[in-house]
Every structure is written in C-alpha cells, then in structure tokens.
Design a protein around this ligand. Structure first.
Ligand code: ZN
Length: 495
C-alpha cells in the first residue's frame, strides 16, 4: 500500500489534533462471552481487569461477530470483510476454504504502511489475514491448576503473555500496534471432553446458577440444525446427557478459564503502563465469538446465533476517549467495523475494500453520523463434515431473525421483551408482518453484499437427524470426530 504523509490522512482523528500518533494494544480472547464480564451485566467477581477497562473506557453493548467460529471470525476481522467475502467460512484448512486474496488490505498491512510497527503474539487461526504483522509463535509452558484441567490452550497463553510483556516493557520509539491473541477461555472446549457424559457432583455449593434460559420449552419450535446440535458437534454430544449440576460445573470451569486469562491481561497492562508509551496507547478488548454458557442447554459455540454466541465484548479505552464508563447501544459489526474504527482513531485512510462503519466518532465523544440499521452473522460448518448454512439479521430496534437452509428453518426473537430468546415468534400469526419484513431485509442484504447463501450446498446425513428433537434425546455413537481431512483433526491433547 502507498505510504501517505500522516498528517494528510483521514480527518477528525487524534493526529489531526496535533497530538502524537496513538499506539494500539489489541487484546483478543477466544470464546469470551459478554455474560462472563461483570460490567456487561454478567457474572460478578471474575473479570476485574476487564471491568476496570470498561469503567475507564467506552463499552459497546451491541457488538456482533459475523461468524461464531474462530477462523472465519478472525479472518473477517483482520480484513474488514464478511466471511462469504473472504472465502474463509469454516475452521477447515485450505482444502476446503478459499485462499485469501493476497492483495487484500489487512489490519497489519494498513498500519505498517502508515509507519506503525505491527507485532502479533499468540493465537493465529487467520488463514493469512495477519499479513503485515510480525508474528511470534508462543512457547508452551505446561502447568497445573487446582480447579480445572488444562490443555495447550492454557499452556500457549503463558508464552503469549510473556512475549507481550517483553515487547510492551520496551516498545521502542516508533508507533506500534500490538495484537495479543489469548486462547482462553477456549480451554473450556477441552474441559467438555474431560467431563464427557453425565457424572456425579459431590458438592454444588459455590457453583454458579444456571441462566434463566437454560431449559428449552419447545424443541420442535426451533430450526432443525438447532434441534440436533448434539449430532452436529462432538462437544454437545459429550454434554447432551449432562445433569443441571454438570452444566453448573461447566459454568464454574468456564469462569475459571476467564480468571486465568484475566490475570495474564493484567500482566500485559502492567507492562504497558510501566513505560511512557503506555500513556499514549489505546487499549481494545474484544473476542472472536462468545460461549453458550449453558443457555438453551448448549456448551461452547455451535450452529446457532443466540446472543451468547454472536454478541461479543468490545471495550476501548485510552487517550482521547471521552467519558469514562460510557455504554454505547448502537449496533457494531466487529468484522467490518474494527479496522475502519482503528483507522479513524489513528488518522489513517480506510482502504476502499472495507465497507464497515468507523465507530471512532462515538469513542472520541463526537457525533456518530452513521449507524447500522442491522448487522449480520453467518454459519457454514465447523469442519465441513456437516454443512448446514444459516444467516442472522439483528435489527437496530431489537429484533433478531435467523434462517437456515436446512428445512427452511426460521427464528424470530424480540430481544426487547425476550433477551433470553426463549420464545420463537416465527410461527406466531401476530408476528407475521414483522417476519415478512425480516425476510425482505435478509434478501436485500444477500443481494447487496453478494452473499451466495441461497446457492450453498447443504450436506447433512440423515443419520444425524434420527432421534426425538433435543439434546437429552441424543443417541450416542455417531463418531462425530470423523474428519474428511486428517490434518484438521485435533491433537491428542484436545480431550
Ligand atoms: Zn443428537
């Protein structure tokens, strides 16, 4: 990308005010749900460092990922595109996902072209979208925790934390953008394997409560791929027959992984604050997607668009940001808005390929002239063994519509009255007009964005749909980890 004299770039940014260019510290967690953060109205007492960032910064209450799965979400975020535009739709390797266009501008190429030292530590899972960053692969350090089983997710985070601390303790004199990608609380996926099947609970004292939307009242009212998530994904197969107490143990374990990553984030922030550069650094905390946290009897993240899976934390704090602890309610499409927002804060021109909305005016306390009327999310497949594409439209006024190719399944939720998404209104005659409007918005979005959703292949063997709907009715023994390509199979560590 062509380098431009900095003071000529963009408008309304910190640099244009004559101040030094801000540095950026981006901290991304894998599978961090807003419900895990006290300042988001979640469970209290586990997320002190995140709560502190929220109280000192700007909190986006309605930020949505364009895909509740790691690799598609990360690739989209770094390129400012949607998954159907990057061609990276699943966690599979290149044998199934399209190669990323090497000419696409990325967060790393945009900022390095503008004179930033772009460094990345930790998890990749980016299909090449980290281009422009200098990446350091973390060294694993094995250790044990007295409360939860650990796997390489946690072991790698030790190295990621150490690498970030080392860099931030002596960041040099040129402006930097430092991205720190922690695996946790993703270790919860390994926990489900560790705790597979129903098991006795000796002591429930101290376990977190189940969420209000734990029970599913009417499985048949849900789209087929939601009814059979237990047959789609080995983690939900492993949890399908859990007792309510087992789910409470799951939440407790999840929050322990949150605590572990919070301690590492604290170390990273301490290093940042130990140098003069820290005073001129904007800190961003976000996640690639959420976690079900036992809502709707679900664990981890799956073929669903519930709030727990697709809504992500997004907190921004640092110099130039107006109003500490402000909560902003506008819709944010993290995948498309993230890079334009950082460009807006740095005074860098946004590449023409990126069509998202910069949230920088809101962050800087200025008038936000443009907002999303709706945001979207997409699902294709995890590893392409079962392919059951779906789309979500979340409207500004609080309605959520989903559609799945399989069985032409639909959901319609009024988040204003039903934040737990317990009542699917898609079959409610009183909501027929709203349903029709949502259908039209989906079709308009598909046409406007070139989304090939209607042409995608549905690939579901009927043997994965042959028990009564709902996870408690699941029949074990489908060998759900039967990969098409052995290179995508998890290592033995991944329980
Ligand atoms: Zn099943």
């Amino acid at each position: 990308m062509r380098k431009l004299p900095f003071l000529l770039m963009g408008a309304g940014a910190l640099a244009a005010c004559g101040k030094d260019r801000p540095n950026f510290l981006i901290i991304q967690c894998d599978q961090l749900a807003t419900r895990a953060i006290g300042e988001y109205g979640g469970l209290e007492g586990y997320s002190e460092v995140m709560d502190s960032l929220a109280r000192n910064g700007v909190v986006f209450d309605n930020a949505y990922t364009a895909c509740p799965l790691s690799q598609p979400s990360r690739t989209a975020l770094l390129t400012g595109l949607l998954p159907h535009q990057t061609g990276v739709r699943s966690n599979s390797g290149k044998w199934m996902n399209a190669d990323l266009d090497p000419q696409l501008p990325t967060l790393g190429t945009v900022f390095s072209a503008a004179g930033y030292n772009a460094v990345h530590f930790g998890k990749r899972h980016d299909c090449g979208a980290l281009r422009g960053f200098t990446h350091k692969e973390p060294v694993q350090t094995k250790y044990q925790d007295p409360l939860v089983p650990l796997n390489p997710d946690s072991f790698k985070d030790v190295g990621t934390c150490a690498d970030a601390v080392e860099f931030l303790s002596s960041p040099g004199t040129e402006p930097f953008i430092c991205m720190v990608d922690f695996q946790n609380p993703h270790n919860i996926c390994g926990y489900v394997g560790f705790a597979s099947g129903p098991h006795a609970v000796a002591d429930t004292a101290g376990l977190p409560p189940l969420p209000d939307n734990f029970e599913v009242e009417d499985w048949s009212a849900l789209p087929i791929p939601i009814q059979y998530l237990c047959c789609n994904h080995r983690r939900l197969e492993q949890a399908a027959h859990w007792s309510p107490e087992n789910y409470r143990q799951y939440i407790a374990a999840y929050m322990r992984y949150v605590e572990i990553v919070c301690a590492q984030i604290r170390s990273v922030l301490n290093a940042l604050e130990s140098t003069p550069a820290g005073k001129n650094t904007i800190v961003v905390l976000l996640a690639d997607h959420g976690d079900a946290m036992a809502s709707h009897r679900m664990v981890t993240k799956l073929t669903d668009f519930h709030e727990e899976s697709v809504k992500v934390p997004l907190i921004v704090c640092g110099p130039g940001i107006q109003g500490r602890g402000r909560h902003l309610g506008q819709l944010v499409q993290t995948s498309t808005d993230f890079v334009p927002t950082l460009c807006g804060l740095a005074g860098i021109e946004v590449p023409a390929s990126m069509k998202g909305i910069s949230q920088a005016p809101s962050i800087l306390g200025r008038r936000q002239k443009e907002n999303h009327a709706f945001v979207v999310s997409q699902w294709h497949s995890e590893y392409d063994r079962i392919v059951s594409p779906g789309r979500m439209i979340r409207l500004e006024e609080g309605f959520k519509y989903t559609h799945y190719l399989e069985g032409n399944g639909e959901e319609l939720y009024d988040l204003n009255a039903d934040l737990g998404e317990k009542h699917n209104l898609a079959g409610d005659p009183a909501s027929a007009e709203l349903l029709q409007r949502c259908r039209s918005i989906l079709e308009d979005y598909l046409a406007a964005s070139g989304d090939d959703y209607r042409k995608l292949e549905l690939k579901v063997d009927s043997k994965y749909r042959n028990h009564a709907p709902g996870y408690p009715s699941h029949i074990d023994g489908y060998n759900l980890w039967n990969f098409c390509n052995p290179s995508d199979a998890p290592g033995p560590h991944n329980l």
